[in-house]
Design a protein around this ligand. Sequence first.
Ligand code: G3I
Length: 330
Amino acid sequence: MKLTTIFSALLSARLVSAALDEKIKTKGKKYFGNVLDLNTIDDDAITDILKAEFGSITPENSWKWGAVQHVRGTFDFTAADMIANWAIENGKLLQGHVLAWHSQLPSWVHRIEDAEDLKSIIETHITTMVGRYKGKIDSWHVVNEVLTDSGDPRDSVFYRVLGEEFIDIAFHAAKAADPGAKLYINEYGLEVAGPKVDALIALVERLSARGVPIDGIGTQSHILSGTLKNYGAQLQALADTGLEVAITELDIRIEEPVTPEKEEQQAKDFKEVTKACLKVEKCVGITLWGVSDNYSWVTSVLPGLYADPLLWDDYIAQKAAYDAVDTALD
Ligand code: G3I
């Protein structure tokens, strides 16, 4: 037998025996997930890993407003359906990303100034999107990144025209369209204590107090390796609101130049985050924001500054970070 054949046999045996999703489920969690989109759906190396290792799919880009309703009133679900169908055919949960987000929003939405008009636009978008996948979605990221780094309301068209009430409108529309899906607020920068975490918790408490149907908090967790300061305490603080929590977009980037020491630190960071979800009862699952480094947004958006944020490398080989997550789940 050729050496490469033996090697690939060993590799696939390992893929099957070490499925992260199976392991996290034995710890009482719902899923270990990952993203899929048009850039990876035809890459067998990636989809084989998704099939073997992950139990949930989040569409990375194809469900965003600009992708499905680029022109007002015209919905195009071609790409969105491809991702949904792949997930369903392969028996994966689906996490809906994303409904009301200031980014990747078409310019016609940015230009709306009338409150009634914007309310109706939000309702139409959410009713159509959520309605299309009714009964097939585990959770929806209903609003995304509504706070600035200092915890102030983000200056988006939604907030400028409707104030905080745009959040209520979005959640009520999503609830009406699919009462069975869990509805999340999703946010970045919640990994360390500070004004943003405090503001997010206060916002969630206001929403709950006025009867907004919110079920969960998603902490994106785009982390710079070496910067964590008791991630578990922040996750617990989010869970103390009484809502469920999920780690929705995990990646841990390394500052260039990448060294073996930095990779070791990254593995430790992945272990800390994984352990935190296991420890916090209300943490339902973890989603990684990509399978392999070569497909990560980090490499394309921040080239030369940061690199290698995922569990598989550019050549789709497992990294020390994979082993750290795998053993954290034992
Ligand atoms: O689809 C076009 C393609 O037609 C064109 O040729 C190409 C040229 O640049 O661009 C393609 O669009 C890119 C898109 O990803 C799909 O690949 C956009 O330029 C690029 O900006 C976009 O980046 C995405 C980013 O969100 C946009 O804000 C990343 O892939 C995606 O990982 C990232 O995900 C976000 C979450 O949604 C929210 N939280 C933060 C997270 C990381 O930024």
